[in-house]
Design a binder for this molecule. Sequence first.
Ligand SMILES: [Zn+2]
Length: 412
Amino acid sequence: MIRFFLILAFLFSIEVQSQTLSFSKYVDTLCSNYFMGRGYVKDGHLKTAKFLEEKFKKINLKPLSSGKYIQYFNIDVNTFPYPIELKLDNKILTPGKDFMIAPESRGAKATYNVLNADLNNWKSFLNSKKDFRETMVCLDVSNILNKDTILMYKELRNILNKIFPVLWISNEKLEWSIEDKASNLPLIKIASKSVNYDFSKAQLNIENKFQKGLKTQNVIGMVSGRRKKSIIISAHYDHLGMMGQVKFPGANDNASGVSLLLNLASYYSINPHKYNIIFICFGAEEAGLKGSKYFTEHPLLDLKKVSFLINLDIVGTGEEGIAIVNAIEENKAAKKIGKINTRLNYFKKIKIRGQSPNSDHYWFSHHQVPSIFIYTMGGIQAYHDPLDKSETLPLNKIQDLYHLIIDFLNEF
Ligand SMILES: [Zn+2]
């Protein structure tokens, strides 16, 4: 009996040694304060890349022919490294919840008189030739239902923001992003539910730092196969970083994808594929797919020998299934995935989508590498806001996606 248990324990330990799946551990780590939202404030992107390089070494991935795991490139990025403040009359608004700075916004330290503008009055007040030096224009579209009218207001916002700082009040969900340019004047987006009162003064304390030619990086490692051909698995590690004191953890986008990639890397490190499997954690995806664009223009391997690429971006849910972007173009692969899914019942639905430049697979397709991008559907809807955090990300289908990808790559 004891011997039986010992054998069981031994078998179990082999199973555990072969690989301990750790999806939430990686997501928690990547979303922790140390990484600062994996953006361009307090070296968040750099710390993340160093962490990933160390992980790649531990997992026993090898560098490509360059001998290095890191590929550097430069980006322009507008950042807000210091705490930000917005006061309307005497009420202090909460950044990230009540308002967001437009990512291209310029900073300002000033108190303004607020002038309410609309589609009818703006020309007449411009013609009035008043002294507008301390004026901030407020456009409130929260009561406008017609989409075309809102579009007209957005055009007006662009016109007026060339002359004035602008407050934009709307019912739109507040989301943030990264911009590679900076405008000349502040633009602040406010949630309508946060300002259900009249105000005449706006006090701003915002500093932007436009970083030109900032050095950032991709992280690349591989498991060699017997064949000369390669398969790439990619996931961007960067996120939005900090907007002043507000951190964007980016649990779903894309700590989840990096976590899945690291688990797949551990798997293939122990169970090599006949093809080389190359793992790339791209930088600067949120800044406009900059890392993958740079990689495809300065490839560290012959892209003609890459048989396939799977890009993982936002894979932390899955109650409603998965979506595959570029699946219409890569329909043989999509059909294979569909068949495996029907046989093993991983996901209740696979949504087939056409090509879209919405993640890092795009530049590979552009360079004739067969590529798909997989994301999960359903569950928590937090996106590009401070609520995309590890505490509330379900990760309840990520193991199914892990197995689906391994099953699919087995058919190569
Ligand atoms: Zn993403």
